[in-house]
Write a protein that binds this ligand. Structure first.
Ligand code: 13P
Ligand code: SF4
Length: 437
């Protein structure tokens, strides 16, 4: 798949959209300014390329990425309270026929309608636990909805309320690039599918949940496994027990932070940049590699810096700094702790004394935790309040539309993984679900 750089061509300005977002749309800010109320009317982006407002504004979107198309006017015009009432009414009519799942990064206006809220690992579990539901409405991003489709029954429809809710990190590894990488590694290490005398394969591919179903299928076909940020260490242990080295994609930071914590030296973690021959590493580096890191990253989490941590500690002596492992290594090293969204949530819940928490993850979760825990002081390390722009594309307008369509007997925005991809992808996911510390 070829990628086209996002261009900030002048676009029609919707007067109802707040001024900051208009500045970003017209290219006036260089995309560096974010706020949680930027995307109050996200349908302005429905027919435009790009990830929309916020942190991943400047990333490259693949040309084949799904576009939402225009949301019917009645949902765009409806006041927020009316949308909430319509969502409640549609859910009540549908009863057990529908289950609504929401990731922790979803905006509060969406989370309030979710039957289950969780991190990507927990949501995969919830998708398996509701065989009675005809439809699973997934308020998250595209790769999560694909995973729900893989883990639910064939009769169940998984619905992504806004098709353009992708993930810029997942888009950084496409299947053609990964196949090319595998072919190059095969030339270097020999037959990649045959174990050596000690029963170890030359490379075990490990993909972060934040990847397309096609990549999960690739991993399933090559004795590999999926991980999430909550089980990456367990999964790497699983892989090291079966192979000489690991090819980890798409998030270099999660791979590096996890392997480093397990004692893998940095010099044995070369990078694979898919735009360069041999990924930009030398044959020697690749021969000695223990973990080959794909050149991907999360645009939200790479905003966090050691300087922000230093400032938080200077201004709030005694503050506990907790960051997501998608943050760069120096940030994770400087923090008091690092873990998945659910880890962060539980760490705050476990604090028995009033504590100041400086958090390095997406702003919707941080603000919700702050509201839920008035006994603590909780703030985001990044002073520029930046939502995950693709998560933020799920607005109550889309949720009302997909639910009312179900009531009317129509399934819109269904995410279906084709069988030839689904079968091996499911194998890779089931390996992850079975892997134990
Ligand atoms: P979790 O695995 O913690 O849910 O994170 C998913 C994600 O996309 C983080 O950016
Ligand atoms: Fe993807 Fe980052 Fe958004 Fe998570 S926060 S969905 S990794 S862009």
């Amino acid at each position: 798949m070829t990628a086209t750089p996002l261009t900030l061509a002048p676009r029609e300005i919707d007067p109802s959209v707040d001024r900051e977002i208009q500045a970003i749309v017209s290219g006036g800010t260089g995309g560096s300014t974010c706020s949680t109320d930027l995307a109050s009317n996200p349908w302005i982006f429905d027919t435009n390329p790009g990830y929309g407002p916020g942190a991943s504004m400047g990333d490259i979107i693949p040309t084949g990425a799904p576009r939402q198309g225009t949301l019917p006017q009645e949902y765009r015009d409806a006041p927020e309270e009316e949308l909430h009432e319509r969502i409640r009414a549609a859910k009540a009519t549908l009863g057990d026929r529908v289950v609504v799942l929401g990731h922790f990064y979803q905006r509060d206006e969406v989370v309030r309608h979710a039957d289950h809220v969780g991190d990507s690992f927990q949501l995969a579990g919830f998708a398996k636990q509701h065989p009675e539901a005809e439809a699973i409405v997934f308020c998250g991003v595209h790769f999560m909805a694909e995973t729900a489709d893989l883990l639910s029954t064939p009769d169940q429809a998984v619905i992504l309320p806004n098709l353009a809710a992708g993930c810029s990190m997942a888009d950084m590894a496409d299947i053609d690039q990964v196949e090319d990488c595998w072919a190059e590694l095969g030339e270097l290490y020999g037959d990649l599918d045959t174990p050596d005398a000690e029963g170890l394969l030359p490379v075990i591919p490990v993909t972060y949940m934040n990847s397309s179903a096609a990549i999960k299928g690739f991993v399933g076909r090559h004795q590999g496994i999926v991980c999430t940020s909550s089980n990456a260490r367990t999964v790497l242990e699983w892989a090291f027990a079966r192979g000489r080295r690991v090819l980890f994609f798409p998030d270099q930071h999660l791979g590096r932070n996890t392997a480093k914590a397990m004692g893998v030296p940095l010099e044995r973690m070369p990078m694979w940049n898919p735009t360069k021959p041999l990924g930009g590493s030398s044959e020697t580096e690749l021969s000695e590699a223990q973990v080959i890191l794909w050149h991907g990253f999360c645009s939200v989490h790479r905003r966090f810096t050691v300087g922000q941590i230093d400032k938080a500690r200077a201004e709030h002596p005694g503050a506990q700094v907790i960051v997501h492992p998608e943050c760069p290594m120096a940030v994770v090293d400087a923090a008091d702790a690092a873990g998945s969204t659910d880890y962060i949530r539980k760490a705050i819940q476990a604090a028995t004394e009033p504590t100041t928490f400086a958090i390095g993850t997406e702003i919707n979760l941080v603000q919700r935790l702050a509201a839920e825990h008035p006994e603590h002081e909780i703030f985001c390390l990044d002073p520029v309040v930046c939502p995950c722009s693709t998560m933020y594309r799920i607005h109550p307008g889309y949720l009302a539309w997909v639910l009312e369509s179900l009531v009317a007997g129509e399934t819109v925005n269904r995410i279906t993984v084709p069988a030839d991809v689904a079968d091996p992808a499911r194998v890779a996911l089931e390996r992850m679900l079975a892997a134990r510390p």
